[in-house]
Design a protein around this ligand. Structure first.
Ligand SMILES: C[S@@+](CC[C@H](N)C(=O)[O-])C[C@H]1O[C@@H](n2cnc3c(N)ncnc32)[C@H](O)[C@@H]1O
Length: 438
């Protein structure tokens, strides 16, 4: 690339989920972060890739009607959000198109019915956040926040507009606290979770804190009314700062089902509490379990869908790979007196693919796999032949692949599908699809 790149003008033809405008001027395609579809912009090429160049936005000459002013002062630098400059309705429309395009392009399938988007608060929604920590000698302070979009550095931030206020308000105090600790250069991450009954902070510590560090952490916990945990090794090593001082279990409520779900400070919980409640309602509406039904819940976690299903179905079996989540699921079933909800530990990418569940009768199935999807499980689901399957997905590409297999090879019809706004302003697309036995 020459020392002074030429300034070019072009029309933006599309927008990527990562928030870059796609320009196709004469020559090679260019991706320009911050430019929106339909706009005319001035830009410079900064970096050449094999199939496209990366550009930098200089000026928006003709603005999109969907352009809005980002609410957060760190937008553009912070890697947490990429779509704040796009109006919320347009964000959801893009995510819906991504879902439908993926289904069509990857598997040539289309839902019979499009579900209206599930949506809730778009600011202050994030009840779980992994905050990176970096002691920067040059600045003489500790940075706590998300990583930069373009670089592996931690953004110098004082708040986060998408985090629940209980997390956002701790970013600056955490920076001050960690700056006082002797192990400040050996503390790379704080995982924050807002439960309905407490806020939990898990400090990843590469060296043990000294007694003085422990006093600082204790004082911080008391001052901010938070629970402090230390994680010296893998997730199983997480323990309260003061053994015996953890208090009652963290929990969130699903009032529509009169359920309290307890969980550990590093267990998976859905990021957006309000959208989660609507998502569970929708899944139950689509599956419509009857009192005689046996239901299978794959990748069930702590029982977020398993226990609501058990309020209506005859029996529910939840399969999950994380032992701690299985333990919580059982505890949550006992708390709710749902003895017909069973939790089984199974690696659904390993031996669990051929587990005993594949030879049992199930009338209905719910699955909520990680981003990689569930292709290995589909032959077993085809044999089980449940009358309805609800698939909850955090990756439209793998959902589309699996939808194609269910429809073409395993006797299902894609009855409906839609998106859920679980992660407003970010590139993540959460969706739900209902399959019915053809
Ligand atoms: C998207 S979360 C859904 C959890 C739960 N359905 C909920 O709504 O809270 C995916 C779950 O799959 C589990 N998981 C990931 N890989 C797995 C595997 N290979 N076998 C079994 N479970 C797995 C994770 O531990 C996590 O609990």
């Amino acid at each position: 690339m020459s020392a002074v790149p030429a300034t070019e003008i072009a029309e933006v033809t599309a927008l990527t989920l990562e928030g870059s405008g796609v320009l196709a001027p004469a020559g090679k395609r260019v991706l320009v972060p911050g430019a929106l579809a339909g706009e005319e912009v001035t830009f410079q090429r900064r970096r050449r890739r094999r199939n496209y160049d990366e550009g930098v936005l200089l000026e928006v000459r003709r603005s999109s009607p969907d352009r809005v002013t980002p609410a957060c002062e760190y937008f553009g630098r912070c890697g947490g959000c990429s779509l704040q400059h796009l109006a919320p309705d347009a964000q959801l429309a893009m995510k819906q198109s991504t879902l439908l395009d993926s289904l069509a392009r990857i598997s040539s399938v289309a839902p019979d019915q499009l579900l209206p988007p599930v949506r809730g608060a778009i600011w202050g929604y994030r009840r779980k956040a992994r905050l990176a920590v970096r002691h920067v000698e040059r600045k003489g302070r500790v940075l706590v926040g998300f990583r930069e979009a373009e670089k592996p550095w931690v953004v110098d931030m004082l708040r986060c507009a998408t985090a629940e206020p209980a997390i956002s308000g701790l970013i600056e105090p955490l920076s001050v606290l960690i700056g006082k600790l002797s192990i400040r250069a050996r503390l790379p991450q704080v995982e924050a979770t807002v439960a309905d009954n407490a806020t939990a902070l898990v400090f990843r510590v590469l060296d043990p804190p000294t007694p003085a560090d422990r006093d600082e952490l204790r004082a911080f916990a008391a001052r901010h009314g938070v629970r402090v945990y230390l994680q010296p090794g893998n997730p199983e090593s997480v323990a309260p700062l003061d053994p015996g001082g953890a208090g009652e279990d963290l929990h969130y409520r699903l009032p529509a089902f009169d359920l309290t779900l307890t969980f550990g400070p590093t267990d998976f919980i859905q990021v957006h509490g309000e959208v989660n409640r609507m998502m569970v309602d929708q899944a139950l509406r689509l599956l419509a379990p009857a009192a005689t039904d046996r239901v299978l819940d794959l990748y069930c976690g702590i029982g977020n869908f398993t226990l609501p299903l058990a309020r209506h179905a005859g029996e529910v079996v939840g399969l999950e790979g994380a032992a701690a989540a299985v333990h919580r699921g059982r505890q949550n079933a006992t708390l709710a007196s749902l003895a017909h909800a069973h939790f089984v530990e199974a690696d659904l990418a390993g031996a669990g693919v051929e587990g005993a569940w594949t030879r049992e009768r199930f009338d209905l199935v719910l699955l909520d796999p990680p981003r990689t999807g569930a292709a290995e499980l589909l032959p077993a689901l085809g044999r089980i032949g449940a009358r309805r399957i609800v698939y909850v997905s955090c990756h439209p590409g793998t959902l589309a692949r699996d939808a194609g297999l269910l429809v073409r090879e395993h006797g299902y019809r894609l009855a409906s599908a839609g998106v859920m706004d679980m992660f407003p302003h970010t590139s993540h697309v959460e969706s739900m699809a209902l399959f019915e036995r053809a």
